[in-house]
Design a protein around this ligand. Structure first.
Ligand SMILES: Cc1ncc(COP(=O)(O)O)c(C=O)c1O
Length: 395
């Protein structure tokens, strides 16, 4: 049985912002998690794309604990090896020039927005501050990243929001150019919209949008908070599109379980945020950086190939399954459109020992990148049954 005390304590003392499942998780081993009642779960969610190599990964623990023994925290008034090495490796692997470290995806995006507005202000003067984003996007929970988020449902209750954001339909190049002609600091996108249903942006739209941004000197910001760090079978998802963004943001899977955000700047904005223009007490903290460095080192071609193969395997196992309408996504970021209710399917899977996520009306899978095939197979059998029985109930 789950411990009633923890649920009561949580419900009594923690702000009620989350709809939680009635399970208390206490420990994990790779892609397996265990509840306080001893129940075993196969994890197809990775703490929402965070636990890149699953729970209690040995390499990650040794990198983090070695750093913990040396120096847990210092301020950004001083230099530290893990932070410097992480920045260098991110730049070497992406071709970007500079990195700013923060603690979350929302902060990584805030930093990108600040840099884009300053770039525009420095070069063209005040007023050219608009950030164009897409309808259906999700960029974070701060007041500014909520303003960036292109979904009306996030725009209640907290007004006034930060000014200067416009949302256009994905695929609408005419609308994009119209906004660019007015003068805009940046166009910010998730190449695969995760929260709104694992919606993959069209290749031609992205390439043409990039060209238009170049024409108007509007920065292309690529939000890779969810798609980044190997998730789609490339180190970063932009590689699937043959573009080079001006700014890339990431978080989640980079830290492998510890909070870190990174905003990577290309040529145009490498030096835009000068001394005193941005900062963070914890950003790039030695422990988080050491963990991230150990994750990044392991995201090599072999692993990325495995991610692609496992993604294909998931789709082939589930295709033709009664109750599945369609798939979306890339690599191990998969959306499953179902005839039944995604939430019911997630609940049924949980009962049977598999953790899956939902995104709007889809089932969303974001398993650890190194999930063993045997566990994946076992989990997919359970998921398949849950999808079929949910479809049958809906009949
Ligand atoms: C694409 C994208 N951007 C930004 C965020 C916000 O990240 P965080 O929750 O770390 O602030 C998320 C989180 O789900 C995300 O998926």
């Amino acid at each position: 049985m789950i411990s009633g005390d923890i649920i009561n304590l949580t419900d009594k003392y923690i702000a009620p912002t989350y709809a939680r499942y009635g399970v208390e998780l206490v420990r994990g081993e790779g892609s397996l998690l265990f509840g306080s009642d001893g129940k075993r779960y196969i994890d197809l969610g990775s703490g929402i794309a965070v636990n890149t190599f699953g729970a209690a990964d040995k390499d990650w623990i040794s990198a983090v604990s070695a750093q913990l023994e040396m120096l847990g925290h210092t301020s950004n008034l001083y230099y530290t090896t893990p932070q410097a090495e992480l920045a260098a490796m991110l730049c070497e692997k992406t071709g970007m020039n500079r990195v700013f470290f923060s603690n979350s995806g929302a902060e990584a995006n805030e930093c990108a927005i600040k840099a884009a507005r300053k770039y525009s202000n420095d070069k063209y003067g005040a007023g050219r501050h608009t950030i164009i984003t897409l309808k259906g996007s999700f960029h974070g929970r701060t007041v500014t990243t909520l303003a960036a988020t292109g979904q009306d449902s996030f725009h209640h209750d907290f007004a006034p929001f930060t000014e200067g954001f416009v949302h256009i339909e994905a695929g609408d190049l005419t609308a994009l150019e119209k906004e660019l002609q007015k003068g805009a600091a940046a166009f910010m996108v998730e190449l695969i919209q995760g929260e709104s249903g694992v919606k993959v942006l069209n290749q031609n739209f992205v390439k043409d949008a990039m060209k238009l941004c170049e024409k108007y000197d509007t920065l292309f910001i690529d939000d890779e908070v969810q798609t980044g760090n190997g998730r789609t079978g490339k180190l970063y998802c932009y590689e699937n599109y043959g573009i080079i963004p001006d700014i890339i943001t990431t978080a989640k899977g980079l830290g492998g379980g510890l909070p870190i955000g990174a905003t990577m700047f290309g040529d145009k904005t490498a030096l835009t945020l000068g001394a005193g223009k941005h900062g963070s007490t914890f950003g790039g903290n030695p422990i988080c950086s050491a963990g991230a460095l150990s994750v990044l080192k392991r995201l090599d071609d072999k692993l990325l190939e495995e991610v692609k193969q496992k993604g294909e395997y998931i789709k082939s196992e589930l295709s033709g399954c009664k109750g599945v309408k369609s798939f979306s996504g890339m690599g191990l970021m998969i959306g499953i459109e179902v005839y039944g209710q995604a939430k019911d399917i997630a609940g049924e899977c949980l009962k049977k020992g598999v953790l899956v996520l939902t995104a709007k009306d889809k089932v969303r899978l974001l398993p650890p990148l190194n999930i063993p095939e045997k566990l994946l197979k076992e989990a997919l059998c359970i998921l398949k049954d849950a999808i079929i029985s949910s479809e049958t109930k809906g009949e």
